[in-house]
Design a protein around this ligand. Structure first.
Ligand code: PYR
Length: 385
């Protein structure tokens, strides 16, 4: 009964359909990158989601019924993301937290939209994600809101910045979206964007781009890419002699880049949609649990995945109070859940959040952090005022 939402059953002369019931425990899908280069971001999401599962089940789950996260690895490409979504939908999850990248969301979200399965993007920040469809929302604030904070912070640290180099991964939808925001912000701040350099997320040699940046004599470099390519680009900029400030975009927003750029990660500025210092009660619990297990502060990607699970749990609790979840037909519950998500307001580790009717996130608190390296492998994100 679990394999398809509607099963055609033929018995002698009679043919009828059987609606798929809601599984117990309540299954929520998590489709993020657990392997490939994208796992540098996805691993932190698995941790965040698991901490949320434990926390909310300790609170009694959905009014006494536990939740169970069903993980599917998207790997690092669109085909993997589509496959992960299809498996979760077929297996009867009520909704999906995922995928890791906007690039994958543009491919996989339409599958969930057609199946009418609610999706919460935990880290999809490109322009246009909630507009993919009625069942697509996100708990990750868009680049247009987050990224400008890094440029403003760079100007606070060095008001003399004038000349800017912008680099971006042209094969990644999020990086293309983010560089657009960075370039508009630089112009709005009266900075001169003197060179724009492109690369691929699969590149490892950035000599051409770095040579162009050094030749352009800039005071600020802004990079939109992912963790491995972005980290290598930073390293090569420093090794070839670039001394100015560097802003990294959200694709570099993980301590997993420390092993890529080592000491050369020092000083990178990255805008944040999460701070471990956020004062809400649930964040304090999340930070305490995370620190106890991992001996460091939780990163943004973990906090957003936690938030995705939380939003599903709280919306499901509301529905269950009116009509027990195990009495729903799965299709009807998915549709009701989508509605409940969009009208709710949630006290999360990101602060109080809600959604507009398209599924775009309303969030108020944003930050900028700077990487401080202690040695070649260990460092931290220092939150700036
Ligand atoms: C994105 O793919 O949207 C990220 O923010 C990494």
């Amino acid at each position: 009964m679990k394999r398809a939402t509607l099963l055609a059953v033929t018995l002698g002369l009679f043919s009828f359909t059987v609606a798929q019931k809601v599984a117990t425990p309540i299954e929520i899908g998590v489709a993020v990158a657990q392997t490939s280069n994208v796992a540098l971001l996805g691993q932190e999401q698995v941790i965040g989601a698991r901490l949320a599962e434990k926390f909310f089940n300790n609170q009694g789950g959905i009014n006494g019924t536990p939740i169970k996260l069903v993980f599917q690895d998207t790997g690092g490409d669109e085909a993997g993301a589509i496959n992960a979504f299809q498996n979760l939908i077929r297996d009867g999850v009520v909704g999906i937290v995922g995928p890791t990248l906007s690039q994958h969301a543009f491919a996989a979200d339409p599958i969930a939209e057609r199946a009418k399965v609610p999706v919460l993007g935990p880290s999809n920040t490109a322009k246009g994600i909630p507009q993919i469809g009625d069942f697509i929302a996100r708990v990750s604030a868009p680049v247009a809101v987050v990224a400008p904070n890094a440029v403003k912070q760079a100007l606070k640290l060095d008001p003399d910045i004038k000349r800017v180099a912008v680099l971006y991964a042209q094969n990644d939808a999020f990086s293309v979206s983010e560089t657009g925001t960075f370039q508009e912000t630089a112009k709005a701040q009266k900075l001169d964007v003197v060179t724009v350099q492109k690369f691929q997320t699969t590149d490892t040699d950035f000599t051409t781009q770095v040579t162009a940046v050094l030749g352009a004599k800039v005071d600020l470099v802004i990079i939109s890419g992912l963790a491995a390519d972005g980290g290598n680009l930073v390293k090569q900029l420093r090794q070839l002699g670039y001394k100015g400030l560097i802003i990294g975009g959200n694709g570099l927003n993980t301590s997993n880049i420390f092993s890529v750029c080592g000491r050369d990660c020092d000083g990178i500025l990255i805008a944040q949609a999460y701070s471990p210092q956020q004062s809400g009660a649930i964040n304090q619990v999340f930070v305490k649990e995370y620190r106890a297990q991992y001996k460091k502060d939780p990163p943004q990607f973990a906090a957003q995945a936690y938030t995705g699970v939380q939003v599903f749990v709280e919306a499901l609790r509301k529905i269950d109070r009116k009509k027990k979840l195990n009495t729903w037909d799965l299709d009807d519950l998915r549709a009701e859940l989508n509605k409940a998500i969009l009208v709710g307001s949630y006290r999360t580790p990101l602060g109080v959040i809600s959604f507009d009717k398209e599924g775009e996130l309303n969030q108020k608190e944003f930050y900028v952090a700077q990487i401080k390296m202690k040695d070649a492998r260990n460092g931290s994100f220092v939150f700036l005022k």
